[in-house]
Design a protein around this ligand. Sequence first.
Ligand code: NAP
Length: 307
Amino acid sequence: MTDIRLGIVGVGKIARDQHIPSIAKTDGISIVASASRHAFVEGLPQFRSLAEMLAADVEIDAVSLCTPPQVRHADALLALKAGKHVLLEKPPGATVSEIDPLIDAARSAGVSLFATWHSRFAPAVEPARAWAADAAIESVHVEWKEDVRHWHPGQDWIWEPGGLGVFDPGINALSIVTAILPRKMFLERSTLSFPANRAQPIAASLAFRDSEGIPVTAEFDWRQTGPQTWDVTILADKGRLTLSKGGSVLSIDGTVVSEEPDAEYAGIYRRFVDLVGSGRSDVDLSPLAHVADAFLLGRREIVEPFL
Ligand code: NAP
């Protein structure tokens, strides 16, 4: 089979840190061009926009949209209508309802749409799902606390409407929890802390229950300096499972049972090649729906300005 010829759109932090190196290591897919207003991938044809790339004389089968969520829908629709397979960075969009038209467009064009959740490809996620599948779960708790200044320097879009604020990382935790819990959950309470000068929250406290009434709580905070925390803990009859470092370390009852290096984006691209090859799509909106619920139910508190 010949390689999927991929155009990469939005050459920013995640495109450089993860997409470009991971694609280079994945069989069956190659980057052939980039579209970005200010940046480019060295040595390849470069365009200022997706529209320019599609109009040019470069053969492209698929695009990866690595732009901020607020501009993703328009590009996704353009690419799907042009008959290209589409990979969406997380979150798949700025709203929940904008995704359905993309699913319809992919179906009409006979191409694959992949709404990625990179944290689901962390190595400890599948073993944690298998552990939880036959456990009598008593409670689940998430602590996702990081330093926004370190991880998002100069990214203004995350503070704008649709940028999600602290849910930009928090949605990764929700993508893990929704992948490993055996039952669906729904939100009962949320408190969102908005800096006085910002449109999106810097911290959030969430309380869910699953369909059997088991509590699932989450604390997201972007003000954490020093050690960073990306942990999910499940208490069950058979013990305490902790998934830490964003899903790369798995511990049972405090003992580390596996620790593997990050390979999330390699997993994403292997899956994309597989989806395109088999003519399927993969779109799960549950993490985004939980975030939308957090805004719907959210009690707002104003905290000190973020400068
Ligand atoms: P970023 O560094 O800001 O890069 C996004 C790029 O998109 C920008 O450099 C910009 O390149 C382009 N762009 C197009 N329209 C834009 C607009 N209206 N406003 C701002 N930029 C625009 O952001 P990122 O960290 O790579 O994040 C992009 C997506 O990846 C987000 O959805 C994020 O949640 C996800 N993600 C990020 C990380 C991470 O660690 N940073 C991890 C996983 C997932 P031009 O100016 O050249 O057009």
